[in-house]
Design a protein around this ligand. Sequence first.
Ligand SMILES: Cc1cc2nc3c(=O)[nH]c(=O)nc-3n(C[C@H](O)[C@H](O)[C@H](O)COP(=O)(O)O)c2cc1C
Length: 230
Amino acid sequence: MSNTDRAIGKDKDGNGIVYEDLMNLYTLFVDFFRVKTYDRRKEVIVFMNTQDCILTRRSVRKFTNEPVAPETVEQVVSLAAFAPSWKNTQVSRYLAVIEPEDRAQICQYVPDYNARIIDQCSVLLAQTFVKSRSGYERDGSFSTDRGPGWQYYDCGIAAQTLCLAAHDMGLGTVIMGVFDRPALERFLNIPADQELMALIALGYPDETPPAPRRKDVQTLLSFKRGQSTI
Ligand SMILES: Cc1cc2nc3c(=O)[nH]c(=O)nc-3n(C[C@H](O)[C@H](O)[C@H](O)COP(=O)(O)O)c2cc1C
């Protein structure tokens, strides 16, 4: 499909402007003002609406060396606590790794492309979950045929809530799912009743990545009307 076919607008020469072009322009626009307000963030209140926040959040893999204050990490996590969860079980937990020496050790247990991120972020959050609660009945049986799957689902919602909250506060994040889980659980002393879910790098962004292409809504959404699905 050509760009013109996918166009949602035309420029003055009649060329198609596709959704991704507009998204990237929008990201640059918002980021321009964000950077200005970020420099003077004590004096200026930044308003970002929910759609701005969703559209302009990116996985950030380059960070400045400005430290993220512990109170800021607390605020991000306190916002993530408002994520919905199975029967409000709130199983997601976060272990903040702030010492560069600890982060350097963690790099042994991740592929190089994630080690490069962990090496320069300010804080590495190890997201864990309390086992056998989300998706379970009190007697330990599964509530649904998803088995233990809802605990992963809850972690995903919590992680995205955290990333959006961080973005709203001028911070960058990237979720990392590729690591040697047993080795990291040992290194991080994750309690036996918890499991490591993901690593989330946190820091002040030193890049504004373009939005990777998204599937269009026609691919994502169908409507069931009577017997047919359109
Ligand atoms: C469950 C999960 C695991 C991911 N693992 C990694 C990873 O190991 N390393 C990495 O650089 N990015 C990782 N990502 C980030 C994705 O590559 C990124 O979200 C995707 O390309 C879309 O880009 P965006 O977040 O900027 O919109 C992961 C994202 C998710 C949700």
